[in-house]
Design a protein around this ligand. Structure first.
Ligand code: HPA
Length: 290
């Protein structure tokens, strides 16, 4: 049994190294420090990345490919707001049949490639009744209700430590920066607790009432496993949701994926300004420190 566990850990490390070598070969001199995951309907930001190099997930060893609607499924390396970034245009979800480690794999890969800060984005339903469809919500914390954790079986002596803190998992300084940029850009933002679950069914009204009692403000089917993986290897994290709908039963809502995409389309401009503004400020801060 001990040997089997060790095999699994080594297999993960070796898979990451193989993936890293292929990515490095394609990226050449590019050395992005900022990673961005673009969620449902939010992929168009990738079109604003200059000098873009596209690497489809399917061309990277051990990466699963995206099967979710609106998730192109490729890495995009280039410049955004003057800073070098490595974006994922589309993500991997548990509901597509991926294990927690498969969902986390690209996050660990970004870290292997030198990425220090992760901006992860998604579309989410609002549990908090004071939120409005079209608002953005900066994640202050999360509740992992997927029942899974990507770090299971990877450590010790794998990638990092087995036990690690999730206090301030969503970096307070980056959250403050996101608020500043939102104010400057005139984009309406909230800040709240995000609850992530596996999906793909939407929640029931009873679940939404229970989640509200737990202190959750938004809900969706991604992000939490990525953030656990990012914190596991010491990355700073900023999480931003677009409120694409009120959660099931809130004000009589009955969410659908069509609604999510329609709202994301309308929010595209604000989202691009918010994220590129944040990246630009991060880039300035990094070069001030040099
Ligand atoms: N529930 C779960 N996932 C979601 C929602 C929702 O209301 N909106 C967008 N993704």
């Amino acid at each position: 049994m001990a040997e089997a566990n060790e095999g699994a850990r080594n297999a993960l490390k070796e898979s990451l190294q193989e993936a890293r070598e292929v990515m490095r070969g394609r990226m050449g001199q590019r050395a992005p420090r900022i990673g961005i995951i673009l969620g449902s309907g939010l992929g168009p930001l990738a079109e604003q990345i200059e000098d873009a190099l596209f690497i489809p997930f399917g061309e990277v060893p051990h990466m699963k490919t995206s099967t979710a609607t609106g998730h192109v499924g490729r890495f995009v390396a280039g410049r955004l707001g003057g800073a070098e970034v490595l974006a994922m245009q589309g993500r991997l979800h548990g509901y597509e049949g991926n294990t927690a480690q498969e969902v986390a794999f690209p996050v660990w890969l970004l870290r292997e490639l030198g990425v220090e800060t992760l901006i992860t984005t998604n579309a989410a339903g609002a549990i908090n009744e004071s939120y409005q469809v079209g608002d953005f919500c900066i994640m202050s914390d999360h509740i992992n209700f997927t029942g899974r954790n990507p770090v299971v079986g990877t450590d010790p002596d794998g990638l990092s430590m087995r036990f690690f803190s999730m206090l301030d998992a969503y970096d307070p300084a980056l959250r403050a920066l996101a608020h500043e940029v939102a104010r400057a850009e005139g984009v309406r933002v909230q800040e709240g607790v995000y609850l992530g679950l596996l999906g793909p069914s939407f929640e029931t009204p009873a679940e939404i009432r229970a989640f509200r009692a737990w202190g959750a403000d938004t809900v969706a089917m991604s992000v939490v496993e990525e953030v656990i993986a990012a914190r596991h290897v010491g990355m700073r994290v900023l999480g931003i949701s677009l409120v694409s709908n009120m959660a099931c039963g809130v004000e009589g809502a009955n969410p659908s994926d069509a609604e999510v995409f329609e709202v994301a389309k309308r929010a595209e401009d604000g989202f691009c300004r918010l994220v590129s503004g944040i990246v630009a400020r991060m880039g300035e801060a990094a070069s001030d420190g040099e």
